[in-house]
Write a protein that binds this ligand. Structure first.
Ligand SMILES: NC(=O)c1ccc[n+]([C@@H]2O[C@H](COP(=O)([O-])OP(=O)(O)OC[C@H]3O[C@@H](n4cnc5c(N)ncnc54)[C@H](O)[C@@H]3O)[C@@H](O)[C@H]2O)c1
Ligand SMILES: [Zn+2]
Length: 367
């Protein structure tokens, strides 16, 4: 038994495919073996990580899991491929993995998505546990069961739904995360505030300094609140037929900004921050979002730090990227808009003219 102070917060994800438990607690990694045992994660565990994460946190994981085999995959989005996944299969086969074996993904979203895809496909699916080590992975990518890899022609084109048996989140590991990566994850937390929780939004606004200092009394509840929002949305709509779309707030234009700049200029969250600012502006222009709420979002995004510029980007290029996105139906766009901080509405009638005008107001050059 763990002392009560170390008992992690428990969040259940209830989907038809398999129940999944999220544990959030400072120090949760030290009891990793007990958490995996409790979740029924098989005794034959294969750890997948990358060299950077393993150098920083491997000793602690190894102390918890003993001599479980470790597969290190190269660090970086460009390695999130079928080819790298084959290295994971190689290690599973060489290590004698069977249907009772499990993959334990230790890393950010890249490691989690790829190790998760290996677990989803090896022997038609073996058990998966996530130990997310970036803020983005802790509040977003490790929750919900989407796993996959990129293809040369597009991001995340190859994948599956595969719910982890357990996600063990220890915000303590974030202390080694570069500040820009940390901020990138914070924008997804801002998104959760915007779509579902004014209190979360306000905590982030009032306690920005403590958040950046990684004060566990502030950071832990923020991570847990975010994970809970994602878990609740996924529980209601595992396969993104309805409600889950609200998680795409800020993502229509965010994805277009990333694509237009060939994924080099923005960290994902930074592009989403611009996308949220645009969506809020659109809401105000339509009279569906109070101006005060738009201003509060702009102020919070400003407090979190500078964003890479957008002013030089061509509106036509962004519009084309938005149209390539799957959300275009009859030249009317599906758009997630907030109706206040904490409430959302998905509309399907945003016109190109409205979007162009909002991009101009965001500061894009228009050419
Ligand atoms: N499956 C989903 O639902 C979902 C949702 C959102 C994003 N994603 C995917 O997530 C990926 C992005 O994830 P990410 O932002 O975590 O990037 P990432 O996995 O590339 O991690 C960012 C960097 O931080 C390093 N790192 C990880 N943990 C660290 C730590 N504790 N200390 C220091 N450095 C650390 C990594 O090695 C890497 O260099 C993308 O591929 C995206 O498609 C998936
Ligand atoms: Zn995102």
């Amino acid at each position: 038994m763990l002392p009560a102070s170390q008992t992690p917060e428990r969040i259940e994800v209830r989907t038809s495919s398999r129940p999944s438990t999220i544990l959030v607690g400072t120090g949760a990694l030290d009891a990793l073996a007990a958490h995996l045992d409790e979740a029924g994660v098989g005794r034959r565990r294969f750890i997948v990580s990358n060299p950077k994460v393993w150098r920083l946190h491997g000793a602690r994981i190894q102390q918890a899991l003993g001599d479980a085999p470790v597969v290190l995959v190269p660090d970086g989005e460009r390695y999130k491929t079928v080819r790298t996944t084959e290295k994971i299969y190689d290690a599973l086969i060489a290590g004698g993995a069977d249907r009772g074996s499990a993959v334990v993904a230790v890393g950010g979203g890249v490691v989690g998505d790829m190790a998760g895809f290996a677990a989803a496909s090896f022997l038609r699916g073996i058990t998966l546990a996530h130990v997310p080590t970036t803020l983005l992975a802790q509040v977003d990518s490790s929750i919900g069961g989407k796993v996959g890899v990129n293809h040369a022609l597009g991001k995340n084109l190859i994948g599956a739904f595969h719910q982890p048996a357990v996600v063990v989140i220890d915000p303590g590991v974030l202390s080694t995360l570069p500040r820009r990566e940390f901020r990138s994850g914070l924008y997804e937390v801002v998104k959760y505030g915007m779509i579902a929780s004014r209190p979360l939004f306000e905590t982030l606004t009032k306690k920005t300094r403590a958040v950046f200092k990684h004060d566990p009394d502030v950071l832990l509840p923020i991570v847990a609140a975010s994970a809970r929002i994602k878990a609740d949305v996924v529980s209601a709509d595992e396969r993104e037929s309805g409600l889950r779309r609200i998680l795409n707030f800020g993502h229509t234009v965010g994805h277009a900004l990333e694509a237009e700049t060939h994924y080099r200029r923005f960290r994902h969250g930074e592009a989403i921050a611009w996308g949220m600012l645009l969506a809020a502006d659109l809401g105000v222009a339509r009279g569906t979002l109070p101006e005060a709420d738009r201003a509060a979002l702009a102020a919070l995004v400003g407090r979190l730090g500078p964003l890479p510029p957008v002013a030089d980007l061509p509106i036509a290029g962004i519009l084309a990227a938005v149209k390539r996105d799957k959300k275009v139906v009859n030249s009317r766009l599906h758009f997630v808009l907030c109706t206040s901080i904490g409430t959302t509405d998905v509309v399907d009638d945003v016109t190109e003219d409205e979007l162009t005008a909002a991009l101009v107001r965001l500061g894009l050059s228009g050419i």
